[in-house]
Design a protein around this ligand. Structure first.
Ligand code: NAD
Length: 252
C-alpha cells in the first residue's frame, strides 16, 4: 500500500504530550512536516527534538488554542514555513478528573476555561486553518472527542459532545472547500496524563469490567485511527466519529 502522508503538512494542537506527541512522531516517520502548537514550549520543543532525531521536519509554535489571535498567527506561520495545511488534528484540551465532576463543583470561570479550550479551540483552529487548506486544494481535520461524550454527565463530557457536533457542522461547512472533517472518541487510554490522573485501579477496572477487549487502551490505538482518517484510505468519510475504546461500554 502506498503512503500518501509523505510530504503532507500536519498541524497538531497540544502536540507537546500524550496523543499529541505520538501524532507528531508517527506522522513525521511517515514523512509529513509537522507544526507543533502548544502552550507548553518546553514540552513542544522536546517533541520537535524527537522529530528531528528521527530525520523529520517540524516547527514549534507557542499557541493557546483558546486565543483567536494566537491561533490566527500560528496558522499564518505554518503557511509561511510549509506552504499550507493538509491535516489539522484538534487535540489540545482540558481534561482529567477535575472536569469530570458535577457541574456545581466547578466555578463559572472554570466552566468558561473548559469550553474556551475544548470547544472554542476547535472552532478557532479549524477556521484559521482554512487558508492553509485552500493553499493545498483541500485537506482533513481530525477532532479528538472522548467516549465521555456519549454519557454527558459532566462538564468535560458536554464539551466533548460539542466536539462531535462541530465535526458534523464543519464537515458540511468545509465540504465545498474539499476538507473532510472526522473525529475520534477514545476510551480510557494510557497517556501519561491519564495514567497519573486515574491510576492503575481505574485502568484495571476498565479492562476487567467495562471493555470487551481485555487489554489497556494504548496511545497507538488512537494514532492508528488518526493515520487512517488523515489518509486517502478514508477519502469517502466525512462528519464521522470513530470510537476507539475496546468496546466500552458494551460490556456493562
Ligand atoms: N488519555 C485519555 O484517556 C483520553 C481519553 C479520551 C479523550 N482524550 C482526549 O485526547 C486529547 C489528548 O489527551 P492526552 O491524554 O494526550 O492529554 P495531555 O494532557 O497529555 O496533553 C495535552 C497537551 O495539550 C496541551 N494544551 C493544553 N491546553 C492547551 C491550550 N489551551 N492550547 C494549546 N495546547 C494546550 C498541553 O500542554 C499538553 O501538551 C484531549 O483532547 C483529551 O480530551 C484523552
Amino acid at each position: 500500500m502506498t503512503n500518501d502522508l509523505a510530504e503532507k503538512i500536519l498541524v497538531v494542537t497540544g502536540g507537546g504530550a500524550g496523543f499529541g506527541e505520538a501524532f507528531c512522531a508517527t506522522f513525521a516517520e511517515l514523512g509529513a512536516r509537522i507544526a507543533i502548537l502548544d502552550v507548553d514550549m518546553k514540552a513542544a520543543s522536546r517533541v520537535a527534538e524527537r522529530v528531528t532525531a528521527s530525520g523529520g521536519r517540524s516547527l514549534v509554535l507557542e499557541c493557546d488554542v483558546a486565543n483567536e489571535a494566537q491561533v490566527e498567527q500560528a496558522m499564518g506561520k505554518v503557511v509561511d514555513a510549509f506552504g499550507g495545511v493538509d491535516v489539522l488534528i484538534n487535540n489540545a484540551a482540558l481534561h482529567l478528573r477535575k472536569y469530570n465532576q458535577p457541574f456545581h463543583q466547578l466555578t463559572r470561570d472554570e466552566h468558561r476555561a473548559l469550553l474556551d479550550v475544548n470547544v472554542m479551540g476547535v472552532i478557532n483552529c479549524t477556521l484559521s486553518a482554512r487558508a492553509g487548506f485552500a493553499a493545498r486544494g483541500g485537506g482533513a481535520v481530525i477532532n479528538i472527542s472522548s467516549i465521555g461524550s456519549y454519557y454527558c454527565a459532566t462538564p468535560y463530557g458536554v464539551s466533548k459532545l460539542a466536539v462531535r457536533g462541530l465535526t458534523m457542522a464543519f464537515a458540511k461547512d468545509l465540504a465545498p472547500e474539499r476538507v473532510r472533517v472526522n473525529c475520534i472518541a477514545p476510551g480510557l487510554m494510557a497517556t501519561p496524563a491519564a495514567l497519573a490522573d486515574q491510576g492503575e485501579i481505574v485502568f484495571r477496572d476498565f479492562v476487567e469490567n467495562r471493555q470487551l477487549i481485555k487489554r489497556r487502551g494504548e496511545i497507538d490505538d488512537v494514532v492508528n485511527a488518526a493515520v487512517f482518517l488523515a489518509s486517502s484510505r478514508s477519502g469517502f468519510m466525512t462528519g464521522e466519529t470513530l470510537k476507539v475504546s475496546g468496546g466500552y461500554p458494551l460490556a456493562i
